[in-house]
Design a protein around this ligand. Structure first.
Ligand SMILES: Nc1nc2c(ncn2[C@@H]2O[C@H](COP(=O)(O)OP(=O)(O)OP(=O)(O)O)[C@@H](O)[C@H]2O)c(=O)[nH]1
Ligand SMILES: [Mg+2]
Length: 499
């Protein structure tokens, strides 16, 4: 843990332990606080949230590299499904009352079906899936129920959403209380629910540290009418959104993901590849006709040597865009299952998503946990006032306002959102020094991982001088100079780590 980060972790821990003392006569409050303290030792919790059918479960599977999600729950039930690392696959249900219960599981083509064994669905709040995979080593992923009934923005055969009685507000409330960070999926990039997510947080934390959300443009293969360059278009769109102040004020970054293509790449089988290869051998004109629509592709009398059941299965696995893309890729050199699978994953945007999760979430684990703890403490202090809570609240606000780690994140967001401007080169450097390209010393100083301490020191000194000068340069406005001072403080923190 870097020195800078341990600062905020310690400060928040201290406030929580003082609150335990303050509320010692209130068993419920003390339990709440202890639960928060326990979370410091647990893995980071990342919720996958978003509108109905935005691709949440598919994204989870793509990350895990297996079709595990969704765990089928009764329609309309607000169950959170937690995926955590475990030696053996195991599924446990948790209810508000009663002890946890291990569930029998059947794997289905689309995830897992569980047998509640005598419990009713309305008794279950959480299902915990332990699954042996490296992807869960540093974080717990939470599949959450839809928070709004977003109707298909791109047209298509989706059925109508189930009734979501007040679901949005209650799911958002739980996401805020229980997750440290959020992957927010949106098919159109509007992110209407992001404002509600902020509104569900206690005021001081929401205002001082608004940055624990990554927006994922999802199902992007359906953009651009499913044209072969849809994924590329989506990446450009994500880049544009990143620079949009209205969006960057609400999330750390925006990444584009073709979830279905990513998952297909991770689980593609030899028979699936073989069927695609047969299609790829058709004359191009015939292929184009066949792939004009899903109806044509799955027509029983289509003149192809791949039976209709297999074609339907390919469509389920890849979507019409994925089938088109795969055929083009096979034609242009992806001539084995492994090559095609690798190329599908590469084009899907999965690597960028995973990198962003590492950079913005996993690398900032202590900070995000401190943020969660402070949010929980703030809401307790506000809802259950007693002598002494006012003072503690003031100290909490002081920690939020002065902790350098939060200042860094606020400045990063302001720079990304264009609210504070510098010349492009300086902007890129500030972004890097503040940890926007990764929080390790090497990443911040823009130097190879195996750099010596002397090289790092040298770089740090150059950076600190440049930003000190900038902080005093009258050619810059007050806001820019203030920003430069925050960058100086980041550099000083790095130099302190090197001594
Ligand atoms: N074309 C395309 N379809 C996708 C993609 N991701 C998911 N889908 C399809 O969209 C439907 C919903 O996907 P899910 O992953 O279950 O979405 P969800 O957000 O978990 O849905 P709910 O939990 O019901 O709100 C399924 O039929 C998926 O196959 C994608 O990247 N591209
Ligand atoms: Mg789902």
């Amino acid at each position: 843990m870097s020195r800078a980060v341990s600062g905020i972790a310690e400060a928040s821990w201290e406030l929580l332990t003082e609150a335990v003392e303050l509320y010692r006569t209130d068993q419920r409050a003390v339990r709440r606080l202890h639960r928060q303290l326990e979370r410091y030792a647990e893995p980071l919790r990342i919720a996958v949230a978003g509108p109905w059918r935005s691709g949440k479960s598919t994204l989870l599977n793509a990350i895990m590299g297996e079709e595990v999600a969704p765990v089928e729950v009764a329609d309309g039930r607000q169950v959170f499904t937690w995926y955590e690392d475990g030696a053996q696959p195991r599924v446990t249900a948790y209810a508000a009352s009663g002890s946890p219960r291990e569930l029998a599981v059947t794997r289905t083509a689309r995830g897992m079906r569980v047998d509640l064994g005598g419990w009713r669905w309305d008794q279950v709040d959480d299902i915990v899936v332990q699954w042996p995979t490296r992807a869960l080593r540093h974080a717990v992923l939470i599949d959450t129920p839809a928070i709004s009934p977003e109707l298909d923005p791109v047209g298509g055969p989706d059925r109508t959403p189930p009734e979501l009685p007040d679901a949005g507000a209650s799911v958002l409330g739980r996401v805020v209380r229980e997750a440290d960070a959020v992957l927010y999926l949106s098919r159109d990039g509007r992110g209407d629910d992001l404002g509600s997510l902020r509104a569900a947080e206690p005021d001081s934390v929401a205002g001082a540290a608004p940055v624990n959300v990554l927006m994922v443009l999802s199902r992007v293969d359906e953009l651009a009418g499913g044209r072969i360059d849809a994924l590329l278009t989506a990446r450009q769109l994500a880049r544009r959104y990143r620079r949009d102040p209205a969006i960057s004020a609400r999330c750390l970054s925006v990444v584009a993901l073709g979830g279905l293509v990513a998952l297909a790449g991770r689980v593609l089988t030899e028979p699936e590849y073989a069927a695609l290869a047969v299609l790829a051998r058709l004359p191009k004109a015939e292929n184009d006709r066949l792939l004009l629509s899903t109806d044509r592709f799955t027509a029983p009398d289509a003149p192809v040597a791949v039976d209709v059941a297999t074609r339907r299965a390919l469509l389920d696995r890849l979507g019409i865009f994925g089938v088109r893309l795969s055929i083009t890729l096979i034609r242009t050199g992806c001539d084995t299952r492994a090559r095609l699978a690798t190329e599908l994953v590469r084009r899907s945007g999965l690597a960028e998503l995973r990198e962003s999760i590492t950079r913005y979430f996993v690398d900032r684990t202590p900070l995000l946990k401190a943020r969660s703890a402070l949010a929980a403490l703030e809401s307790l202090l506000r809802t259950e006032p007693r002598p002494g809570t006012k003072e503690l609240l003031a100290r909490l606000e002081h920690v939020l306002a002065t902790a350098h780690e939060f200042r860094e994140l606020r400045l990063l967001a302001a720079l990304l959102g264009g609210r504070i401007r510098f010349e492009p080169e300086l902007l890129a450097e500030a972004n890097r020094l503040l940890g926007g390209d990764g929080t390790s010393l090497a990443a911040r100083l823009g130097i190879e991982h195996d750099a010596t301490a002397d090289e790092l020191w040298e770089r740090g000194c150059v950076a600190v001088r440049r930003w000190q000068e900038l902080a005093e340069d009258p050619a810059y406005g007050a806001e820019q100079r203030r920003a430069a001072r925050v960058v100086v403080r980041s550099c000083e923190g790095m130099l302190a780590e090197l001594t």
